[in-house]
Write a protein that binds this ligand. Structure first.
Ligand code: HEM
Length: 231
């Protein structure tokens, strides 16, 4: 690989982080995630969250599998990251066997699934941006959520979704994913397209958090809390 291309690659992980930093801050402040991190989220709301994520991961992971040999996908093809089975485990434990029929898919999740299917068919390279947003998020902030969910009685300690093994295994996967980003054949226009797709992924998440908050009545509940009060 020419030196100039290699430099661009070393910067891809950094570029994605920089390009999505502002959107990440917005996501962190969403009502839905604030409720989740507070440890007060009830089980139906948490199951609604997992159910919608399941739809997204199913298509993402099927698509990554289909394009495993693609030179852009192969470097980040790490099945140890896959979350579909872990989500099914948690949903069965928390909601029961009929979770797929009984829990609603939000419109933004359906849009997200549609986008992933389009990429699968026409632009598999851009799946990398979605893998970045989901898996590095799960390996980073997801580990904070794991601590909250693990101690929440409403969630009954069902943390398969956040479980990548012990701290060392989690760190190793993070490094392997970042290393994979650096090993991709890259040029400027591809890097820009990946950054734009990562921003789209954050936007879709933001919409999903808004829809989930509304569906679970969270907006009203958070607003109704007394200022400075505990609950
Ligand atoms: C309450 C919610 C969240 C918290 C507290 C949180 C927290 C964090 C933290 C502490 C990091 C590590 C930052 C660093 O190493 O500099 C991180 C990284 C990341 N988060 Fe989040 N996060 C949250 C929500 C999200 C959401 C909703 C997404 C995606 C939709 C996401 C995607 C990411 C990604 C992709 C990274 C990796 C950034 C990089 O190093 O390139 N996070 N998050």
């Amino acid at each position: 690989m020419p030196v100039q291309e290699r430099r661009l690659n070393i910067g891809l992980a950094e570029l994605l982080k920089t390009e999505t930093r502002a959107l990440h801050s917005v996501a962190e402040r969403s009502v839905f995630l604030a409720e989740l991190l507070s440890g007060r989220m009830d089980r139906p709301a948490y199951c609604a969250f997992l159910r919608n994520l399941h739809a997204i991961y199913t298509v993402l992971e099927q698509s990554l599998e289909r394009h495993a040999q693609h030179p852009m996908i192969a470097p980040i093809f790490l099945p140890a990251l896959w979350r579909t089975c872990a989500l099914e485990h948690d949903l069965r434990a928390l909601h029961g066997a009929a979770w797929a029929d009984e829990l609603a898919l939000q419109p933004s999740a359906a849009t997200y699934v549609g986008r992933l299917r389009d990429l699968d068919a026409e632009q598999p390279v851009l799946l990398v941006a979605h893998a970045y947003v989901r898996y590095l998020g799960d390996l980073s902030g997801g580990q904070m959520m794991r601590r909250v969910v693990a101690t929440s009685t409403a969630q009954d300690g069902a943390v398969a979704f956040y479980d990548f093994g012990d701290g060392l295994a989690t760190q190793a996967l993070t490094l392997a994913f970042r290393h994979g980003l650096g090993a991709m054949p890259m040029d400027q226009s591809r890097a820009s397209a990946l950054a734009a797709e990562a921003r789209l992924a954050f936007d879709l998440h933001q919409r999903l958090f808004g829809e989930l908050a509304a569906a679970c009545g969270l907006t009203a509940r958070v607003r109704a809390r007394p200022m400075g009060g505990e609950g």
